[in-house]
Design a protein around this ligand. Structure first.
Ligand code: G3I
Length: 346
């Protein structure tokens, strides 16, 4: 449990309910967001916290291929439309997630047998149809998600790699840019936050795409942290090298999972993790997006995916703010005067 270093000596400020995170973040030009589930948008307790605290949302599942195009040519936008309408009504930005991924794809893609030309047409049609529907409404898109293999650190053997070769990545970015020329386009991945073979591979991919004039604007660092996260120093070095390529860097899916039941000491440590990562984003002018993968432990993906762990978010299962919430608010208040003069991108 080494991560908290920057600010461990500072007391975590208690905030009052009339200073929600989004108001504090606005003062820095920071988008503070949460992944949301479309099926919960009719739950008033859920949406009240969401609208009060966040100025950005990411559909957690409702823009993925299996949801949006479950059958070839049959598009379903109901849940995603609901999230986008909620965001518009409440003055929130939307991150789109994700055009191309190896998971959550429908059977007709997973078992599909098409010619190379047909595969290309399928990919381009999907991105064009979804991208143009939300043109001007989605500010950032995860165009390609998790394309690097964890063992080889080459490209993952996905349906898309088999169908189209490495060019699928470039095809996807170009199609996304054509669909919405104003949207900021991201490559998004996990376990590439610090320094190591995976983040080197992400860096090389980004460098190559930039060098070849492919319209990529940013790298999404998912930030699914465990109790052994990379150091803040390693994250800073990694962010700096990506920013030097001319890219934005976004924290796109942050959560910090703990062994459950979590102790007070673990929750305090977790709070420092959240605060240190936000502080790092605030330090950089090109990292003004900080999105959590959910906001309440009630609906987090973590306990299902990693048995015996959970408590990963900033509100507990009853929507009460945790120490991590107070830590983020405290960090946003602490540096307000400092960063007002240097609003973040985008
Ligand atoms: O939609 C079906 C529903 O019809 C069915 O009744 C139910 C039964 O289990 O399953 C539902 O699908 C689930 C889906 O979430 C929607 O709730 C899947 O089982 C479940 O596996 C799926 O999990 C999602 C996971 O991606 C899939 O890989 C998580 O909610 C989602 O948080 C997670 O998000 C990913 C990001 O997209 C990429 N980065 C990592 C992150 C965490 O894995």
């Amino acid at each position: 449990m080494k991560l908290p270093t920057l600010l461990t000596m500072c007391a975590i400020t208690t905030v009052s309910a009339d200073e929600p995170l989004r108001k504090l973040a606005d003062a820095h030009g920071i988008k503070i967001g949460a992944a949301v589930k479309g099926r919960l948008m009719s739950d008033e307790r859920y949406t009240a916290v969401l609208a009060r605290e966040f100025n950005a949302v990411t559909p957690e599942n409702d823009l993925k291929f299996e949801r949006v195009q479950p059958e070839r040519g049959k598009f379903t936008f109901e849940l995603a439309d609901g999230i986008v309408a909620f965001a518009e009504k409440n003055g929130m930005a939307v991150r789109g997630h994700a055009f191309v991924w190896h998971r959550q794809q429908p059977a007709w893609i997973m078992n599909g047998e098409f010619s190379k030309d047909e595969w290309r047409e399928i990919l381009e049609t999907h991105i064009r149809t979804v991208g143009t529907r939300y043109r001007g409404k989605i500010v950032q898109w995860d165009v390609v998600n998790e394309a690097i293999d964890d063992q080889t650190h080459g490209l993952r053997e996905s349906v898309w790699l088999k169908a189209l070769g490495p060019e699928y990545i470039e095809i996807a970015f170009r199609a996304a840019h054509a669909a919405d020329p104003e949207a900021r386009l991201f490559y998004n991945d996990y376990s590439g936050e610090g320094l190591g073979k995976k983040s080197d591979a992400i860096y090389e991919l980004a460098r190559d795409l930039k060098a070849r004039g492919v319209p990529i604007h940013g790298i999404g660092l998912q930030m699914h942290l465990t109790e052994k996260p990379p150091t803040i120093g390693a994250m800073r070095t990694n962010m700096d090298r990506l920013i030097e390529l001319g890219l934005e860097v976004a924290v796109t899916e942050m959560d910090v999972r703990l062994k459950t039941p979590a102790t007070e000491a673990q929750l305090a440590w977790q709070a420092e993790c959240y605060r240190d990562v936000l502080a790092l984003c605030m330090e950089k002018k090109r990292s003004g997006t900080f999105v959590l993968w959910g906001f309440t432990d009630r609906y987090s993906w973590v306990p299902t995916a990693f048995k015996g762990t959970g408590a990963a978010l900033i509100f507990d299962e009853n929507f009460s703010p945790k120490p991590a919430y107070q830590a983020l608010a405290g960090q946003l208040r602490r540096d307000e005067s400092l960063s007002k003069a240097h609003p973040h991108s985008p």
